[in-house]
Write a protein that binds this ligand. Structure first.
Ligand SMILES: [Zn+2]
Length: 118
């Protein structure tokens, strides 16, 4: 039998195996559990609240494309973006910027969308 060192799923450090079925250090297990419930909460509030869903879609797209990349609005719609929910508007260099929370967008004259981050 090969020696198999089990590592903690959270921190990746080796586990001192006294129980065969341990997957975390004691502290890490607590931390992991806390993290799971935060994720569940975030997931739930995203489902319930279109405002945060919009924010998340903008964030995801921003992370993929960055600023200045022209995106077709149908991409946002397909992701579930609701264009009727607009939080803040401001005008910069003749462009209307619509912001959710940290992320926002402008619709260009060619109907394409570019993203902003506050
Ligand atoms: Zn650990």
């Amino acid at each position: 039998m090969t020696k198999h060192n089990k590592v903690c799923r959270l921190c990746g450090e080796e586990l001192d195996i006294t129980h065969g079925n341990r997957r975390y250090h004691e502290d890490c297990a607590y931390e992991a559990k806390k993290q799971r419930s935060i994720d569940q909460y975030a997931g739930r509030s995203l489902q319930l609240d279109p405002y945060w869903r919009n924010e998340k879609i903008l964030k995801d797209l921003y992370c993929s494309y960055g600023e200045q990349h022209e995106i077709d609005p149908t991409v946002l719609k397909e992701m579930g973006f609701d264009f009727n929910i607009c939080k803040t508007k401001r005008q910069v260099n003749g462009l209307n910027q619509v912001f959710m929370h940290q992320y926002g967008f402008s619709i260009l004259q060619n109907k394409k969308i570019i993203l902003w981050k506050l």
